[in-house]
Design a protein around this ligand. Structure first.
Ligand code: GLN
Length: 538
């Protein structure tokens, strides 16, 4: 087993996640088996309780872990499903160490960061790695952060213990300073010095830059940072993230990695990446999709949704342009105008009442005006409420999430189902870890759009929600052409709805975006973009 540790320096947001994912994809292209893990410095036990504005999207794994959006990049780039064993936060490590301490498992020892916390980190990394050639590990944050120190110490120890089976990649910024008319190497030098002071000598520098780094600057970086000249790898800004593996490979990153480990491989092919990039750069058609959500101020809050829309476009050589629409703006007078110009509308997930009336207005408009519509999670729940209010005339239809008086068309299972098994899945206690999260089976109804889109009767999709559509209203809805097109295997949970008399109006309780990959677009997104293209036709 070989380890590749990816650290970051100078500033955050340089794309460490994409870098780690690209390294994974490149090694795969040479026939190696890889896995990517992330070490998160924050003290939350998991990001499930963090605001989307702070942390961006919560990426949900098959096995129901609420994780960081970088795991989404790993899955999209490598096609390898991540799991709860692929992410560790400082909060989790301390929680586990302290739980052991309380149980007396340390047999009276003084519990310390070194060795107890660092050992726990090393154990985490070594778990379930038997059949891998490489484990790539991204260390969150920036070198020098206090929170990240135990991680850096743990990987330093691993470098010491495993020697040539460990490679350190350091991603930094080489900024262009307009007044000097030059790219500056100093921030990288400082960042590497910090890393060296912690006992880590990077083997490869990945230098983010907005223009080509001149040879003399590269030499300077190599010399002052103590790496071979050819290990200063330029990471030039690119138009699309899907170009990154190609650029890295061209710059010799794959070869440098293999040389370090004294490995040889066949040249491998990056043809599929080239194909994707050509789809990005020269599309045959365009569609404009409105993405209506509560957190559009931070686009990272919809990372997987955005990527899945692009993937859906790839399937039809189409560029998807996204109009980011704040759900609350759809509560203002004249909101209809913005919707009328769109080829499709996606109403995204969310929590809490703010913005829900805007979602309901949006869904009412797209329903009546035959605009292709995809409602995801909260988006589906709001489609149900809109229909209940405006077609079934249940004027006070609402979700029990809002804690108001009215008819709960959406609510906690425990509010109407007296079945121990189901109750277990939806506890209404504290906020951490009480949701239906992870992959669940869903059975699709015959003669529905979704069944055609998926091409099968049984599907598995990932969930993350606390509330459910109340199945007791099924007959009332279906009478008016609002079809419950997908149900949980026990038939108790409505998972998909679609409108019979509409060109394409689908709501899903799960998050289909989480399983979408550039090379295998999620079926619903693929079909949604097809419908949007059709709608666009004059
Ligand atoms: N707030 C809703 C629920 O908890 C929807 C969640 C979501 O959109 N992810 O059920």
């Amino acid at each position: 087993m070989r380890y590749i540790f990816v650290t970051g320096g100078v500033v955050s947001s340089l794309g460490k996640g994409i870098a780690a994912a690209s390294i994974g994809a490149l090694l795969q292209s040479r026939g190696f088996k890889i896995r990517i893990r992330k070490l998160e410095p924050y003290l939350n036990v998991d990001p499930g309780t963090m605001s989307p504005y702070q942390h961006g999207e919560v990426f949900v794994t098959e096995d129901g872990a609420e994780t960081d959006l970088d795991l989404g990049h790993y899955e999209r780039f490598t096609g390898v499903d991540t799991s709860k064993h692929d992410i560790l936060s400082s909060g989790r490590v301390y929680f586990d160490v302290l739980t052991k301490e309380r149980k007396g498992d340390y047999l009276g020892a003084t519990v310390q960061i070194i060795p107890h916390v660092t050992d726990a980190i090393k154990e985490f990394l070594a778990k379930d790695t038997q059949d891998l050639d490489f484990l790539i590990v991204e260390i969150g944050g920036t070198v020098g952060d206090i929170e990240g120190l135990p991680y850096l110490e743990a990987i330093r120890q691993m470098g010491h213990e495993l020697r040539h089976n460990v490679l350190f990649v350091h991603l930094t910024l080489v900024p262009f300073i307009p007044s000097a008319g030059e790219l500056k190497t100093k921030p990288t030098q400082h960042s590497v010095k910090t890393l060296q002071s912690l006992g880590i000598q990077p083997n490869i520098l990945l230098c983010r830059c907005d223009r080509i780094i001149p040879d003399d600057s590269k030499k300077k970086l190599a010399q002052f940072c103590n790496v071979p000249n050819n290990c200063v790898v330029e990471a030039l800004d690119v138009e699309s993230i899907y170009e990154v593996p190609l650029v890295f490979n061209e710059e010799g990153l794959t070869d440098r990695i293999l040389e370090h480990f004294h490995l040889e491989s066949a040249p491998g092919s990056l043809e599929k990446w080239k194909e994707i990039v050509s789809k990005v750069k020269s599309p045959k058609s365009f569609v404009k999709i409105g993405l209506v959500g509560k957190y559009v101020g931070l686009q990272d809050a919809y990372k997987s949704v955005k990527e899945a829309l692009l993937h859906g476009g790839f399937a039809h050589d189409t560029k998807v342009e996204i109009d980011w629409i704040d759900a609350q703006d759809m509560e203002e007078k004249g909101y209809q105008q913005r919707l009328a110009s769109l080829d499709g509308v996606l109403v995204a997930g969310g929590f809490g009442k703010r913005g829900t009336q805007g979602m309901i207005n949006t869904l009412g408009y797209t329903r009546i005006h035959n605009i292709p519509t995809l409602g995801i999670c909260y988006g589906m729940q709001m489609a149900v409420i809109e229909f209940a209010r405006n077609v079934l005339n249940i004027a006070d239809a609402k979700s029990s999430e809002w804690g108001e008086k009215g008819t709960d068309i959406i609510g906690l299972l425990t509010e109407w189902v007296k079945d121990g098994d189901v109750q277990q899945r939806s506890k209404d206690s504290d906020l951490g870890g009480t949701m239906r999260v992870g992959s669940y089976e869903c059975h699709l109804k015959d003669d529905t759009r979704v069944k055609k889109a998926y091409g099968s009767t049984i599907i598995h999709e990932r969930h993350r929600h606390r509330y459910e559509v109340n199945i007791d209203y099924k007959a009332q809805f279906e009478e008016k052409g609002f079809v419950f097109a997908g149900l949980s295997p026990d038939g108790k949970l409505p998972e998909i709805i679609e409108l019979k008399d509409h060109p394409w109006f689908i709501g899903v309780q799960f998050h289909p975006e989480l399983k979408s990959r550039p090379f295998a677009p999620a079926p619903l997104f693929k079909d949604f973009i097809r419908a949007a293209l059709e709608h666009k036709k004059p």
